[in-house]
Design a protein. Structure first.
Length: 280
């Protein structure tokens, strides 16, 4: 697809003409050159500056601050954060998929990409999943190691993602790639390269499970350029966020092909869930 000026009215100023970036479809509305200005250096260094502070319910918490707690305080805090994210009104945000996938993942090897606080991965590991925690922030992985010990989780491993080459060290075959909002914070092309590296380890029959933001949310919130929408969705300092629908995700995963197990918007259409089974 060639680049073209979109018909949608833009909120960008006159010096930031909104265009469609070649090859990325109508999702890629961005001011000229902004993708390169934001991600033209070391993308991982840029992302680390943001994601050393992690989502925790309706707030944010730094792994380094949690590491300063005593064992008892840390365990109590982690359980509170998980309960706040999965029970009561939050069951419809996170609790439903913990219930749905807890037994599905038991006995399987799952790569938790952008594991953060481990609210998902440590829960599944405690119920028998073999989890590989991948993160771009070393403090986050140190926190996960400590929490795994406190939770008596033994069948887990940890991978520091300093660059995409680190993904080569994953096991040859895994059962599940689990990406809960971790692939939407970079431009489409970079996410496609990361996905390609992960897919080297996912055989036919494996599952790709991803949480994203839907296009309808992006439109409701003003169809902002992605370098501005990140702060709207994920708070100050978030350099980039893109929306996804089924077609766009499947295109990002090509040339691998998938059957769609689930494709649902939820939480008042603020979130979209994809569960895909690899067929090629």
């Amino acid at each position: 697809m060639t680049g073209s000026v979109r018909g949608r009215k833009s909120t960008a100023g006159p010096a930031e003409r909104v265009v469609v970036l070649k090859g990325e479809g109508d999702a890629a509305q961005e001011p000229d050159g902004m993708k390169d200005r934001v991600f033209g250096g070391d993308p991982f260094a840029l992302l680390r500056r943001r994601w050393n502070v992690l989502p925790a319910g309706n707030g944010r918490v730094a792994a380094a601050d949690l590491m300063a707690l005593s064992d008892a305080e840390l365990l109590t805090t982690w359980h509170r954060l998980r309960d706040d994210a999965t029970t009561g009104p939050a069951f419809g945000v996170r609790g439903w998929y913990h219930t749905l996938y807890r037994d599905v993942l038991a006995g399987r090897t799952a790569v938790d990409v952008g594991a953060g606080l481990g609210l998902d991965g440590l829960t599944f590991a405690a119920h028998g999943a073999r989890m590989i925690f991948v993160d771009i922030v070393e403090d986050n992985l140190a926190l996960l190691r400590r929490l795994a010990g406190l939770l008596d989780v033994r069948d887990a491993s940890y991978l520091y993602l300093d660059d995409l080459a680190a993904l080569r060290t994953l096991p040859d075959r895994v059962d599940v790639i689990w990406c809960q909002g971790s692939m939407i914070n970079v431009p489409f092309g970079f996410a496609a390269r990361e996905a390609s590296a992960l897919l080297e380890h996912l055989p036919v029959g494996g599952r790709w499970i991803e949480l994203a933001y839907p296009r309808a949310r992006w439109e409701r919130e003003g169809a902002l350029p992605f370098h501005l929408w990140g702060e709207r969705t994920d708070g100050p300092g978030t350099p980039w966020v893109e929306w996804y629908d089924r077609d766009r995700l499947l295109r990002r995963l090509e040339p691998a092909a998938f059957d769609v197990v689930l494709d649902i918007e939820f939480h008042n259409c603020q979130l979209v869930w994809f569960d895909l089974c690899r067929i090629r």
